[in-house]
Design a protein. Structure first.
Lengths: 490, 160
């Protein structure tokens, strides 16, 4: 929708309190009948990525981009590394390098998914959205489900150990080099990671079972912030769930393909990015369907919906139960993101076990060389969805042009749709209620948007909601502090 | 092998100007090679860091801050609940809160050193003023970092 069409709409805005604190901002445009006509979810931190990268030597880029995000530095590192492989003329790395990179990526995805479920979304799911806010948080989970919280911490810790072993450092490690990996895995390192893998698998299985139980047991939540959408993800050449490397598959809501096995190096033919005046974030859409209809969802829900199967048995069994829930079709429930996320976590745990037991993982043939090229495109399925890194280099090897499409950007329109849907259901008159605020938060959390691609900040995520009438006058404004306090500020 | 009694944990994003103050403080302390001190860094605090705190007598978190007094402030901190809508990053106080709940024991005596920063944009270099604040913090805190006695830390009155 163009901005010109939004005249005479009232607006509710969720504003950041300060830039440094890491935040989102939501604006709801209301029509004269008090319906939410449009939702705008702003994330102001996504500016400056490309500028940050331009001018740097290409071989440094995989290290610099780790600084883009405190949550998924490994995903940026690997996407950039894949692009740099192309810049040095390498289309196929060695088997050991590919497996080490996959191991690193599974470790990252496991720890990211564990953090999201156990420490971010589980309070909503276990206690219900309308429950006491004082208790509906991770501390409440720990109090009521101490075992669950500890499992979450340990799953997260295990994923971090995988990253540390492969990268050599806990953060900002030197995992990759152009065309390969920096160091081989030792037998001692492999054995150390194998020590806990049985527990990790068991915890991941428990998490899937819990999510199945929660989702199936709460039919009232199935429509929450939900809608039918297109989906985009990578899949393997055989249609398997694929997190590291594959072809792009885009599907319609009924499951039919818009395109399939598309070489991501041609992504600009299939995806365009719209700029809107009110947001620093771009709005990607599928060229074939156009700006209005071509938006899509990425991430766990897209991937588990899109794939034909999962290559590891426990996760595949879980996927089949997931599909059966929707009668074999796509699951469009927004809160099913959580369920799909845990299916992927289980797949990561199984894959880590399999890779650690694969003799190739201890190989020492790590680097391939080729003829330099001027352009490289790396795509990876980051925890939150498809991540694109695209670079062009000058003759001296410095980056001339960079384009990144991060997962949260791809989910931009979808998050707006979920927020709009929830707001329409829970906005009552001209008053912003705590209930509305809580439900908006739950909808946003389902997508796990990365709001901290910025400084670590103060760790706090305050929110402010403002209601503007059709003339632009504020009629209500509510701020939620990071201590949970709700303050009416108008 | 027993773990070092003191954990010094600097956090922040080195790619965002003065946000690098925490990790930079750590890299300087690390050079001292103190036997009873373990140094760690991360981009931001997360719940798994409770495991790093376990078994310590003293924990010092080091952070960049644009609201503290110049050049730095140091204080003992207590557990505090954080009800932010995202837990993508935790405060040290919230981490202490999680510590006792996850591990069912009291957290170690914990301090927060906040070093004043001014510029936090992506791609910024460390500002000159932040560098001077860092140097002052290092100068005054280095003797303390060599001390594993909790009482010494509790009695410390820094420049903040």
């Amino acid at each position: 929708m163009t901005d010109s069409k939004t005249e005479n709409l009232r607006r509710i805005a969720v504003d950041p309190v300060t830039r440094v604190e890491g935040h989102g901002k939501i604006t709801l445009l209301l029509d004269d009948a008090n319906h939410v006509h449009e939702a705008r979810f702003h994330i102001v931190e996504f500016r400056g990525f490309e500028k940050f990268i331009q001018g740097r030597p290409y071989w440094e880029v995989p290290y610099f981009v780790q600084r883009l995000c405190g949550i998924c530095p490994v995903s940026h590192h690997l996407a950039a590394a894949k692009a740099v492989d192309q810049l040095v003329g390498v289309d196929q790395v060695t088997p050991t390098t590919e497996k080490l990179r996959r191991l690193l990526h599974f470790g990252q995805t496991l720890q990211s998914h564990a953090l999201h479920f156990f420490h971010l979304s589980s309070p909503d799911l276990l206690f219900g959205f309308g429950s006491n806010l004082e208790h509906r948080n991770i501390v409440g989970v720990i109090e009521d489900f101490p075992d669950l919280a500890l499992k979450g911490v340990r799953l997260r810790k295990y994923g971090q150990q995988v990253i540390e072993v492969i990268s050599g450092k806990r953060i900002h490690g030197a995992a990759t080099v152009p065309g390969g990996m920096n160091k081989a895995l030792t037998i001692e390192e492999r054995d150390r990671l194998l020590t806990d893998i049985s527990d990790v698998l068991s915890w991941a299985e428990d998490a899937v079972a819990l999510n199945e139980k929660i989702h199936m047991g709460h039919p009232e939540n199935h429509g929450f912030g939900s809608f039918k959408s297109n989906y985009l993800s990578m899949v393997g050449g055989d249609g398997a769930l694929e997190l590291y490397h594959g072809g792009l598959r885009a599907s319609r809501p009924d499951g039919s393909n818009i395109f399939d096995q598309f070489d991501y190096r041609g992504y600009t033919d299939k995806i365009r990015e719209e700029v809107r005046s009110w947001s620093y974030m771009k709005f990607p859409y599928l060229t074939e369907l156009g700006r209005d209809d071509g938006w899509y969802r990425v991430g766990p829900l897209a991937r588990v919906n899109n794939c034909d199967f999962i290559s590891t048995p426990l996760a595949e069994a879980a996927r089949q139960r997931f599909k059966a829930f929707a009668g074999g079709g796509f699951v469009h429930d927004t809160l099913a993101y959580h369920w799909a996320r845990m299916i992927e976590a289980l797949h990561c745990a199984e894959s880590i076990r399999d890779l650690l037991n694969d003799p190739d993982i201890l190989g020492t043939d790590l680097v391939v060389k080729g003829e330099k090229r001027e352009e490289g495109i790396g795509v990876i399925e980051a925890p939150r969805g498809t991540l694109f890194h695209h670079y062009k280099v000058n003759e001296d090897g410095t980056i001339k042009k960079a384009n990144l499409i991060v997962s949260t950007t791809s989910n931009n329109q979808a998050m707006n749709e979920s927020v709009r849907s929830v707001a329409n259901e829970y906005l009552d008159g001209n008053e912003i209620t705590e209930g509305l605020l809580n439900h908006l938060e739950v909808a946003i959390r389902a997508y796990d948007p990365c709001l901290s691609c910025a400084t670590h900040a103060l760790g706090k995520m305050p929110l402010e909601i403002e209601l503007l009438d059709s003339s632009g006058e504020a009629v209500d404004r509510v701020a939620k502090g990071s201590n949970g306090s709700i303050t009416r500020t108008l | 092998m027993s773990i070092p009694k003191v954990l010094i944990f600097g956090y922040g994003n080195p790619g965002r100007g003065d946000d690098a103050l925490g990790p930079l403080f750590i890299s300087e302390i690390e050079k001292l090679g103190l036997a009873d001190v373990e140094c760690q860094t991360d981009m931001q605090l997360q719940v798994e860091h409770v495991m790093d705190m376990q078994g310590r007598d003293i924990v010092l978190f080091v952070d960049a801050d644009m609201s503290c007094r110049e050049p730095f402030e140091i204080c003992e901190i207590s557990p505090e609940q954080d009800s932010s809508y995202s837990s993508h990053a935790m405060t040290p106080q919230a981490l202490l809160h999680s510590y006792s709940n996850v591990l069912n024991e009291s957290p170690p005596t914990t301090f927060l050193l906040r070093v004043r920063g001014e510029r936090f944009e992506l791609g910024d270099e460390l500002s000159a003023i932040a560098r001077s604040h860092l140097e002052m913090a290092l100068q005054q805190l280095e003797p303390l970092c060599r001390d594993v006695c909790v009482d010494s830390w509790l009695k410390f009155k820094g420049a903040g």
